[in-house]
Design a protein around this ligand. Structure first.
Ligand SMILES: Nc1ncnc2c1ncn2[C@@H]1O[C@H](COP(=O)(O)OP(=O)(O)O)[C@@H](O)[C@H]1O
Ligand SMILES: [Mg+2]
Length: 369
């Protein structure tokens, strides 16, 4: 593409995209130096060569300041011109390859990070769904007993009527009993609702209170499956932790739910969950043991992987422990590990799986934040 002066050159440059510009310095309407300066404002990369008869140093310094890649002094031989042009073309090619490589690298990074974000979002929503399912299952357990009793209350009214003994006093006593049961059921719902509504602020919360809150969620499920749960910790120690209490509770509910599944699967005569808290140096260790099926080597290696489950479709999602580890490591700044363990309770030993959460003490974590 040709232009007969600096102004025309600049106009053409604005409308098109060129790889190289070759210009004279002394031209009508707009000189070469001014044109280069204006082009540089728009494009810092395009290769510019000057072919000019002006050899004095002032022109040379000005053109270097404007940012050129080569300077050819007229008169020049054809060979010399071709040599400079070839060198410039090589330079442009190298720059383009580098640009393309950089772009494809950037694209790859963008794609990977988008994929990661999507997987993360999917996992979070799946773990919410799973804990929803768990919550409904637990409510069902907790309701089973009062629901049965309510059925009996209603039937007793019918049979009393058939036997002709349905008087005011009888009705009164049945209604009182029925209302008590309904209150109990609605307070269960209320407890679950409070449990699953996220805590708004970080605070120094009691780990013991949080553990008891999580255990209350399983009250019905443990009772219906004959699971005994023992919690041990030293009185008078500082068992507080600084953070969002609901995050810790979510982890604990996952561990309890897995222990329950393992105990039910094992079909033990005695089903035990043993929880103990220890204060070791500047850390709190919370260990949860069960005497269920235990961990095979394969399971031990993989149980924190997303989607890893040994349960069937209706029971397992494989995200509980993955999510728990994420929360403990990234949010609570602690660690979680799994192993098989033999534990003593009332002079008898039991063995099964154990999970240990290690957390920094409240004071240190507060300082670290
Ligand atoms: N207390 C435990 N005893 C034995 N195996 C366990 C225990 N906790 C977890 N596991 C194993 O780890 C796997 C992954 O657990 P998790 O991530 O909670 O997913 P899910 O419970 O949906 O299977 C379980 O399928 C089970 O094989
Ligand atoms: Mg689970």
């Amino acid at each position: 593409m040709l232009a007969s002066n600096g102004l025309e050159g600049l106009e053409k440059f604005k409308q098109n995209c060129y790889d190289m510009i070759i210009t004279d310095i002394n031209m009508p309407l707009m000189g070469g130096i001014e044109m280069i300066e204006r082009i540089r404002q728009k494009d810092k990369d395009v290769t510019i060569l000057i072919v000019s008869a002006y050899s004095d140093t002032e022109y040379l310094t000005n053109s270097i300041k404007a940012g050129i890649q080569g300077y050819i002094i007229k008169p020049t031989s054809m060979e010399q011109l071709i040599e400079v042009l070839e060198a410039s073309i090589d330079y442009i090619k190298a720059k383009q390859t580098q640009k393309a490589y950089h772009l494809s690298l950037q694209n790859q990074v963008d794609r990977e990070s988008k994929k990661r974000q999507e997987t993360e979002a999917l996992l979070i929503s799946q773990s919410k769904m799973a804990s929803m399912g768990e919550m409904i299952g637990n409510i069902a357990h907790q309701w089973r007993q009062p629901l049965n009793e309510l059925g009996l209350v209603i039937q007793s009214c019918k049979s009393a009527f058939e036997r002709g003994v349905l008087d005011a006093q009888f009705v009164e006593s049945r209604v009182t009993k029925g209302m008590l049961l309904i209150e109990k059921m609605s307070s269960t719902i209320e407890n679950f609702r409070n449990f699953y509504s996220p805590s708004k602020n970080q605070s120094n919360f009691s780990l013991i209170d949080s553990i008891n809150k999580s255990l209350a969620i399983f009250e019905g499920a443990f009772r219906n499956n004959d699971i005994e749960c023992v919690l041990e910790y030293e009185e008078g120690k500082d068992w507080r932790f600084y953070g969002y209490s609901d995050e810790f509770e979510q982890v604990f509910v996952n561990l309890l739910s897995n222990a329950k599944d393992s105990l039910v699967e094992h079909n033990n005569f005695e089903r035990i969950i043993y929880i103990n808290l220890k204060s070791v140096n500047s850390r709190i260790e919370i260990e949860l043991c069960d005497n269920g099926i235990g961990l095979s080597n394969e399971v031990k290696k993989r149980l924190f992987e997303p989607y890893y489950t040994t349960k069937d479709d209706t029971k397992g999602t494989g995200i509980g422990l993955y999510m728990s580890k994420e929360i403990v490591h990234k949010h609570l700044k602690g660690t979680i590990e799994a192993y098989n363990k033999t534990f003593e309770l009332r002079g008898k030993s039991h063995n099964g799986a154990a999970f240990k959460i290690t957390l920094p003490h409240a004071k240190e974590r507060e300082d670290a934040l």
